[in-house]
Design a protein around this ligand. Structure first.
Ligand code: DGL
Length: 279
């Protein structure tokens, strides 16, 4: 079983692509809506929340968890992978488990696309301040020039359906100005919500700048990872051969009706039963 974790329902846009590409798996989606948004919170808080989510999803039986949230991937993932996961491994429990994020696959893709070796990154304040994209991009190619910009007003504008207003255009125009000035030729939309504004970013940046939907890249990379790590989901081999469809259970830490209604509208998918939990 694969766990998908996000601060709320933004990660549903990534889950949608994962499920499309890998329908044979069973999923558990957890949205920590009661404490969203994560983008303006401290690294300490996001790491604590993410650790609680990891505990919950492992207890539910997941062997692999995907942080479908850029803010959690940027602020909490490394610490959880390097310090927390090793503490969960004991002699009596040799179950294979791992946690993956969304930054690396997107970085791997973008680094191959930029001809001018100038890449722009937009995301929440926490994501940009963490420097995670920059670190990963430079690890791939030290010659890359990375220009990042936090766009903290975009998440609330998108959630309130105000992202196509003249005010939103003016805000976006101001946000991307330094990226345009730097002459980036590739732009990473480093937030679950921004693909809703992909055409607006494209209009602002111009046709010469490549902007892609990261969800599809994350899904492909996950498929590749699972092929290389059959030990994580031994049951899968059986299922795949029968082409059976998996299931998904949704959990939220806040109101279940709101999660279902907003989530379905936001991601354009059908959400079955939603259960409420406290982390
Ligand atoms: N899911 C978050 C991200 O991708 C956006 C919403 C939030 O700030 O929690 O960064």
């Amino acid at each position: 079983m694969i766990g998908i974790f996000d601060s709320g329902y933004g990660g549903l846009t990534i889950f949608k692509e994962i499920e499309k590409l890998l329908p044979e798996y069973d999923y558990v989606y957890l949205g920590d809506s009661a404490r969203a948004p994560y983008g303006g919170r401290s690294k300490e808080a996001v790491t604590r929340f993410s650790r609680e989510a990891v505990d919950f999803l492992f207890k539910k039986g997941c062997s692999l968890i995907v942080f479908a949230c850029y803010s959690a991937s940027a602020m909490a993932l490394r610490e959880i992978q390097q310090k927390y996961l090793p503490t969960l491994r004991s002699d009596s429990d040799d179950k294979k488990r791992n946690v993956l994020g969304v930054i690396r696959p997107v970085v791997e893709y973008a680094a191959t696309r930029s001809k001018k070796q100038k890449i722009g990154v937009v995301g929440t304040r926490g994501t940009i301040m963490s420097g995670a994209f920059e670190v990963e991009l430079k690890e791939r190619n030290p010659k890359l020039r990375v220009v990042s910009r936090a766009c903290p007003l975009l998440v609330p504008l998108i959630e309130e359906h105000k992202h196509r207003t003249p005010e939103a255009r003016a805000i976006l125009h101001e946000y991307v100005a330094p990226l345009k000035k730097a002459g980036v030729d590739t732009l990473i939309l480093g937030c679950t919500h921004y693909p809703h504004m992909l055409t607006d970013f494209q209009r602002e940046m111009g046709k010469g700048v490549e902007i892609f939907n990261p969800g599809k890249i994350v899904a492909k990379s996950l498929k590749n990872y699972l092929t290389r790590h059959p030990e994580l989901e031994p049951e899968m081999a059986k299922k795949t051969s029968k082409k059976q469809n998996g299931s998904c259970t949704f959990f939220t830490t806040d109101d279940i009706v709101r999660f279902k209604e907003f989530g379905e509208k936001f991601a354009g998918i059908k959400i079955g039963n939603v259960k409420k939990i406290n982390l």
